[in-house]
Design a protein around this ligand. Structure first.
Ligand code: FE2
Ligand code: FE2
Length: 353
């Protein structure tokens, strides 16, 4: 057994590093900050990051298996691609990019819903002990830290507002000129729509507690979104950092780099806990035992298929809708749209057909 600490209180998992300077974007106090050397420090990582490392080491030691890895290459690159984003801005049609950043910020805000998951006494659903694991800390700090990172907490803004700030820095306060609510409604985020109104389709035996399946399912879905987001970060950085293309002297791209840094512990704790559950025996309500690898596998396959299939198609349709909406308002819209599509990457050209 390693000697690293593996038991933490919620307060510890939510604790910040001391920062020399807070992060302020467009006058808004955001989470995180900078150390004495000017290095960005993510919020709530004082104990959370070493905790994740300790849980991973403990798992390898006790189970002899690696923590699952989700390759970014599972998904194709962002739509629109960098060339298409540049093209739209250069042709004076920045609105679809404004829409995209608005959409990303809005989805980030929904991420806060993870804090409403309530694992309760999670141990009773597993045969092996979960003491000193990420799984045991989901309801006591990890989900809460994740939710606070995404949507902000108390006076500190989180990712939702950081994306909106990046947008407003790059495009010089577009709210004044654009009806952002109408934009969101066109992309399927109308009033009453949470953007994720799915009810749980049971994938596991009835014997498995519904709440356990709900938690495992949401964790896998969120993990896949979190990993895929690294495409979005690279894409946004490529054009937001171009000072000839957008305003703000690179400030918008820097904000995105801070958001990216904050996502690493999200990916870290989710893949650790999912691995811990995968390698344990699940105990149903009747007392029957179920192979964790099979339980997680069923959820994994369904969520992965959804992410690469229907989920991707819905996002693409929403963004393409915005591109068409704005490009076709221009006098030479049809030609611009054709040129936009001609810049598609190979896999997107296939998806568009
Ligand atoms: Fe986030
Ligand atoms: Fe996240």
């Amino acid at each position: 057994m390693g000697t690293a600490q593996t038991e933490f209180t919620a307060e510890e998992l939510l604790a910040d590093h001391a920062v020399a300077e807070p992060l302020v974007a467009r006058g808004i106090r955001c989470h995180g900050g900078f150390d004495e050397t000017g290095e960005y420090v993510s919020p709530r990582t004082r104990h959370r990051v070493p905790a994740i490392e300790a849980w991973q080491a403990k798992h390898r030691e006790e189970f002899g298996t690696e923590i699952l890895h989700v390759p970014l290459e599972t998904w194709p690159a962002n739509f629109p691609n960098v060339a298409q984003a540049r093209f739209l801005i250069e042709k004076g049609v920045p609105e679809p990019l404004i829409a995209t950043l608005t959409r990303i910020g809005t989805v980030e805000g929904f991420g806060a819903n993870i804090r409403f998951l309530n694992p309760g006494d999670f141990q009773k659903h597993f045969d092996e002990s979960i003491a000193g694991t990420a799984t045991a800390h989901l309801g006591t700090g990890l989900f809460e830290a994740h939710g606070r990172d995404e949507a902000g907490w108390e006076e500190e803004a989180g990712h939702k507002d950081m994306w909106f700030a990046a947008r407003d820095i790059a495009f010089g306060d577009p709210d004044a000129k654009i009806d952002v609510d109408a934009m969101l409604a066109r992309m399927g985020f109308g009033p009453g729509g949470s953007g994720d109104g799915s009810v749980l389709d049971r994938l596991l035996p009835d014997d498995i507690d519904t709440n356990v399946e709900l938690i495992a399912n949401l964790m896998v879905r969120v993990l896949l979104i979190e990993v895929q987001a690294f495409h979005t970060f690279a894409w946004a950085d490529a054009w937001l950092s171009d000072t000839n293309l957008v305003a703000g002297e690179g400030e918008a791209a820097r904000l995105v780099s801070y958001i990216r840094a904050d996502e690493t512990p999200h990916v870290g704790y989710l893949k650790t806990a999912i691995t811990e559950m995968r390698d344990r025996t699940w105990v149903g309500s009747s007392g029957r035992k179920h192979d964790g690898a099979e339980m997680v596998g069923r959820i994994w396959d369904a969520c992965r298929a959804q992410s690469l299939g229907a989920g991707r198609a819905v996002t693409r349709k929403a963004i393409l809708g915005e591109v068409e909406h704005w490009v076709l308002k221009r006098p030479n819209g049809t030609d611009l749209l054709a040129e936009f599509h001609s810049l598609a990457t190979t896999d997107e050209a296939g998806a568009a057909a």
